[in-house]
Design a protein. Structure first.
Length: 154
């Protein structure tokens, strides 16, 4: 997390988001970096935020089995996810998505408050997990994030 913090600080300020909130979401989505999506050639897809590759996505993508919640029930689905050349590119695309999609306008409005931001993301349908916001709040309050909070420019 400390290695990603400088880039997170630079990118997060574009939408007024706490860089620590950005990193907490990356930690949750990647299993603290242990569950990174791989491209078909085995290379890292660098997708820190679990952003799917919808029909409008023009960049590289990779197909991955993912846990989704449908009508409150967990199911495994094969989905296409965006693939990036670097973690910074992933962060920039995430901020662009949040900053430009009207679906996330309420999240942008409370971006300076991580708890409210996480709730607004969940309400906007960012993830299908009904506990998504609560899980993000647990990550940001974890002992592993204590040092990140102290060194972040808030």
């Amino acid at each position: 997390m400390r290695q990603l913090l400088p880039a997170a600080e630079e990118v997060a300020k574009r939408v007024g988001l706490s860089p620590v909130a950005l990193l907490a979401q990356a930690a949750l989505e990647t299993g603290w970096g242990r569950k990174m999506m791989k491209n078909s050639d085995g290379s890292n897809g660098n997708n820190l935020f679990g952003i799917k590759a919808g029909q409008r996505w023009q960049g590289a993508s990779t197909k991955v089995a993912s846990l989704e919640y449908e009508q409150g029930q967990p199911v495994m689905r094969q989905s296409a996810f965006r693939s990036y050349n670097s973690f910074v590119q992933s962060m920039e695309d995430y901020v662009s998505l949040i900053g430009n999609d009207s679906r996330y306008s309420k999240a942008r409005a409370v971006a300076q408050d991580p708890d409210a931001y996480f709730e607004a993301l969940q309400q906007a349908g960012y993830a299908t997990d009904p506990q998504y916001a609560n899980k993000l709040k647990q990550v940001i309050r974890s002992d592993a994030f204590a040092g990140v909070w102290q060194s972040a420019e808030l």
